[in-house]
Design a protein. Sequence first.
Length: 118
Amino acid sequence: LTSAQTRQLIESAEAAKERAAIAIQRYRDGCTIVVAVSSPKDLATLTKGEPVLDRTTKNPLPEGTVVCDINGNTAILKANSQGVPVADDFAFTGNRELALSLVRKIHGAKVFYNTPEK
């Protein structure tokens, strides 16, 4: 590795660590977990640039909503060029236990069916 490559790897690792801290905070703050359109019992994965829909109204969740999935991905919904709020500003944590604990909390509170779907 050249010194430039080494520096880039270090910067990349530091950026990933910062994004992970952001993701962890989003989970702790109670991000909205996404579920599958076909089956609300199945958890969905966030996709960059895709809207997250309310299961009841089928309308996109509002801009600024913090969403997350079971895999440790978090995002903030931001308006795209058509004005539709879509998943953006991703932050990932490898801490699946944090995601699972949020799911367990939702199941326990019986609010799972109010959870938006993707």
